[in-house]
Ligand binder design. Structure first.
Ligand SMILES: Nc1ncnc2c1ncn2[C@@H]1O[C@H](COP(=O)(O)OP(=O)(O)OP(=O)(O)O)[C@@H](O)[C@H]1O
Length: 302
């Protein structure tokens, strides 16, 4: 049996430049077995370069990447890793079934082709020539190639990029079934909702560095905590802004008053003590999009 004890992924001081471009600047990241982690960041943040180094497709200038304690190439050769990358064409002049079979046969312990196609939701495409596929279907074939080796770790670079809403939903249903069996997943995405909904943990990158790492809820709360909105007659915004835990007070929609809070619990207690006539009170988290923009925009502090 394969020894897969220890961290599924361990990146230690990973650094890479392309000429003057410092693409990845000292990334440390541990991913435990069974975690589903989203790598989020704006264009050029260094996500693909990090993934390439993790898979042994690019050599770091400094630092190291390990998969279950092994060098990336060794882990890939052992079939411990399944990857779905954006780049790379799919072999033409074969059927989908033949392609997945060929790919599986290069590895030690492939699952049956039918099962890989089933897991990717393309059982009906087995006999389809690979040059007769839509963009979304090609993504699913890539996914079948990633799972046919029955890997412990799946690394997916923007897996749902060419899929419509329905295809995306069914893709994630399939992923859920896989992760329920304890597989580890690292996926890069631009869809914040996907990270929010499907990842146990979100790692935000900006300019080659990790700027936030936690559950989606923790990351949201990093950005100005929460907001409290209420109906309050004759509100004095200046005094409201001075309440403990409050950063800013403003008028919101439909005559409501909104407090942006660093500490919403503290602010709520102070609000109720000072303004008993505040009614219709709602406490809301900032959404991941606000947090993403705040934490990844150049010049923001983290
Ligand atoms: N082969 C290369 N040669 C030169 N510069 C590169 C190369 N690969 C990446 N870069 C640069 O390194 C930086 C990080 O790029 P990378 O592709 O890792 O970011 P990313 O977060 O994956 O972006 P995207 O979301 O657009 O895919 C960018 O400034 C990019 O232009």
């Amino acid at each position: 049996m394969t020894n897969t004890s220890g961290m599924a992924v361990r990146l230690d001081g990973l650094t890479k430049s392309f000429g003057a471009v410092r693409a990845v600047r000292g990334v440390d990241l541990d991913i435990a077995p069974g975690e589903v982690v989203a790598l989020l960041g704006p264009n050029g943040a260094g996500k693909s370069t990090t993934i390439d180094m993790l898979l042994g497709l690019a050599r770091p200038d400094h630092g190291s990447a390990r998969i279950f304690g092994r060098e990336p190439q060794a882990a890939v050769a052992e079939g411990l890793v399944g990857a779905m990358l954006q780049a790379g064409t799919i072999l033409p002049d074969v059927t989908v079934g033949e392609l997945v079979d060929l790919f599986g046969s290069l590895h030690k312990k492939p699952i049956p082709v039918e099962e890989a196609l089933e897991r990717a939701g393309i059982a009906d495409l087995a006999k389809r020539p690979t040059n007769k596929l839509s963009g979304g279907q090609i993504q699913r074939v890539r996914f079948a190639l990633a799972v046919v080796t029955d890997p412990e770790l799946l690394v997916l670079d923007e897996p749902t990029v060419a899929m419509d809403v329905e295809a995306r939903r069914s893709f994630w249903t399939t992923m859920h079934e896989l992760t329920a069996t304890g597989r580890t997943v690292l996926f890069a995405t631009h869809y914040l909702a996907e990270a929010d909904e499907y990842a146990d943990r979100v790692v935000l990158m900006r300019e080659g560095e990790i700027v936030a790492d936690g559950t989606a809820a923790q990351i949201k709360s990093r950005v100005a905590g929460r907001s409290i909105s209420m109906t309050l007659e004759h509100a004095d915004l200046r005094r409201l802004a001075e309440l403990p835990g409050v950063d800013e007070a403003r008028h919101g929609r439909q005559g409501r008053v909104v407090l942006r809070c660093a500490d919403s619990d503290l602010a709520l207690r102070a609000l109720l003590a000072t303004y008993p006539d505040a009614v219709d009170i709602e406490v809301e988290s900032v959404d991941l999009e606000e947090a993403f923009l705040a934490l990844t925009s150049v010049g923001s502090t983290s």
